[in-house]
Ligand binder design. Sequence first.
Ligand code: ATP
Ligand code: MG
Ligand code: FE
Length: 341
Amino acid sequence: MLVMGIETSCDETGVGLVRDGVLLGDALASSMDEHARFGGVVPEIAARAHLEALPSMVRHAVDRAGVQLSDVEAVAVTAGPGLASAVQVGLAAGKAFSLALGIPLYGVHHLAGHAAVDVLEHGPLPDRCVALIVSGGHTSLLVLRDLARDPIVHLGDTYDDAAGEAFDKVARLLGLPYPGGPAIDRVARDGDPAAIAFPRPLTGARDEPYAFSFSGLKTAVARWVERHPGPLPVADVAASFQEAVADTLSRKAVAACRAHGCGTLLLVGGVAANSRVRALTAQRCAAAGIALRVPSPRLCTDNGAMIAAVGDLVARAGLPPSPLDLAMQPTVTLTHALTHA
Ligand code: ATP
Ligand code: MG
Ligand code: FE
């Protein structure tokens, strides 16, 4: 089945075309530059940019896939979570395609998309695995079974900031450009990850093993920067902060795999694009005999292919489509791949 996926939950306008687990083509536009001077995404600017970019992204994705719009057999769209005005644009477009082409609509949970995209590069997921979703708004350790059908079990989430949010806030403290994650990744290459011993949040023996908290780490960096006399060693601070995040994430993810008898870890979401997070997790998984699955960096951050990947899974599993009056859900928690389930 040929599925078109549409993603507009934040500042990326993504369209992807997937058939039976194969990515045929995709297109991506970002309004990132328009938000840079505000230091974060402005919802109304993002929504306007989606409206402007969506028609051409659909055209590009269809062309790149070598198909016709009339060949599309189902449309999948992010119905939440995300910025309400931004989600609304994609959802309206998805409903319009469903109606105009007479094809089923699937309202997809954005975070299920972050997980499902890995299937496009590495084939079907095992019957059971641990997933670590680390993105701009979420940090969750989960147990996944059949992603299309089964409920998703949360082992732990963040109590405060998401990992990506911490990257973005620390980058701002260091005077690095928005978005902060890629900027920290870049400057950290020239820094010493052992220069500053930043805290590893919630990793003590008596702490909750699978919960996260990054707000204290961000504050620790802020205090260090305030107290430091003279020119700031930006590369060392960035590398040391990045090391604290990578250490915390990988340690907890490997522990979760061990405790739950899962031989596979799925590392996904925007922060999974981070070079140190990838390297340290790979190293620890290898040492523990755990197979690590992580998408290519370009598929870790928001894109249309990830939403098409979910649509493809649920369509092939024979799940009922979403109703055409499906409501967007800006804050829906991840319990199922589809938001109306
Ligand atoms: P969510 O998926 O939780 O709704 P989002 O869609 O905004 O949030 P993603 O697109 O998954 O988030 O990821 C964006 C986040 O990933 C940003 O916080 C960004 O700084 C971070 N990020 C992207 N690349 C890197 C990198 N190389 N290193 C660290 N962080 C990164
Ligand atoms: Mg983005
Ligand atoms: Fe995302």
